[in-house]
Design a protein around this ligand. Structure first.
Ligand code: UD1
Length: 360
């Protein structure tokens, strides 16, 4: 059986690492195609190196661009690769433009299509990620859901018969890297984070970066925080702040490059709290027992909100109060599975009867 994974953006490489390991362990042929949506060393190749992922057979090099340019580039680039490999399954991940383009390409050519991390909903169609994941779910043949909430979201859209609860493969990836980091903590924590308590921050969503007033308010709020804020600047944030002439180093705010995955886990673990507008990081913070403050009005991971481990802040004016809250007592909940999700993904892909797959 041959499974062809399509990935292209940072969070997908982490999920891919866990899936690639499980597929190879079970003896499946795993072909990886990179769309090239992310291309900087630290946004892309570093994940393949650090997480020992097999190299892609092709890179479509779509690069940066509008939603149309990225999606169209994937559609035209992927067609000949799918025809050449004739995979038994095409596996797509998460909610990026890479997910949308590759899901459409596979569905239009009638290759069996599985969507990993299916069923997440923020119920905010203004987010490109929400539109991407809804379309990917509806054109897929097999929906691999990470949580019980995702399963019920899919059932509510009439997709229950195609859904399987597998757990979250990011837990698998995190468990593996946590062991690596714990064995040599001094090796992974960047020097700039060794001088006392700090808050770790990431900001990259267009809703935050592309609205000048909101970006300025967010950066002011970060600068007013009661502890030093180490802001790991995604290229989109740097670009927008530069264009608007907004400083990224005022008050409590310190700017740093995005980190490689093991260093990110070390940096989050050592922080007093995370401030983010990312999806996946909210969940990683919970798994690491780090309080999270999310700069959004909704989340596709509502499980993280339990006991105040994650707090949503839609108005940046309320950020300082939210990050000053006491740490929740006790241990965080564990709603995302047991770290064996990738193995279940591999078993599901292997066991689906051929008569349930689409006819070519
Ligand atoms: C994408 C995903 C988002 C995910 C994020 C993780 C979509 C719609 N969004 O957002 O869900 O959370 O990746 O990082 O797919 N750039 C570089 N170097 C790179 C990659 C990007 O400089 O290696 C810059 C470019 O200026 C580009 C901008 O970052 O225009 C945005 O990149 P893009 O891939 O379009 O979206 P992300 O914001 O990264």
């Amino acid at each position: 059986m041959q499974i062809l994974s399509v990935v292209g953006a940072r969070p997908q490489f982490v999920k891919l690492a866990a899936v690639d390991r499980a597929l190879r362990r079970l003896g499946y042929e795993h072909v990886i195609v990179h769309t090239g949506q992310h291309y900087d060393l630290v946004m892309s190749q570093a994940f393949f190196d650090d997480l020992a992922i097999a190299p892609p057979v092709a890179n479509l090099r779509i690069g940066s661009g509008s939603h149309a340019v990225q999606t169209a580039g994937i559609l035209t680039g992927l067609d000949p690769i799918l025809e050449e490999h004739q995979p038994d399954w095409v596996l797509v991940y998460g909610d990026t433009n890479t997910t949308l383009g590759s899901a459409l390409a596979a569905a239009q050519l009638r290759f069996p299509l599985a969507h990993l991390e299916a069923g997440l909903r923020s119920f905010d169609r203004a987010m490109p990620e929400e539109r991407n994941r809804v379309v990917a779910d509806h054109v897929s043949d097999l929906l691999l859901a990470p949580t019980a909430v995702a399963v019920s979201n899919l059932a509510a859209e009439g997709l229950g018969a195609r859904t399987v609860l597998v757990g979250d493969v990011m837990v698998d990836a995190l468990v593996a890297v946590q062991a690596q980091v714990a064995s040599a903590p001094g090796r992974y924590l960047p020097d700039s984070l060794r001088n006392g308590p700090y808050l770790l921050a990431t900001v990259h969503r267009p809703a935050t970066t592309d609205d000048p007033a909101r970006l300025a308010a967010t950066l002011h709020a970060l600068a007013d925080c009661p502890l030093p804020v180490q802001l790991l600047a995604h290229p989109r944030l740097r670009d927008r702040a530069n264009r608007l002439g907004i400083s990224l180093t005022t008050g409590a705010l310190h700017i740093a490059e995005p980190l490689r995955y093991p260093s990110m886990i070390a940096a989050m673990s050592a922080s007093r709290g995370l401030i983010t507008d990312s999806g996946g990081l909210q969940k990683e913070a919970l798994l690491l027992g780090v309080p999270c403050t999310t700069l959004r009005s909704q989340t596709e991971w509502p499980e993280t909100l339990q006991d105040g481990w994650n707090v949503l802040v839609s108005d940046p004016q309320h950020l300082v109060a939210a990050v000053s809250r006491p740490r929740p007592p006790g241990l965080p909940p564990t709603p995302f599975g047991d770290g064996a999700a990738a193995e279940r993904v591999a078993v599901e892909l292997g066991s689906w009867q051929s008569d349930r797959r689409p006819r070519r």
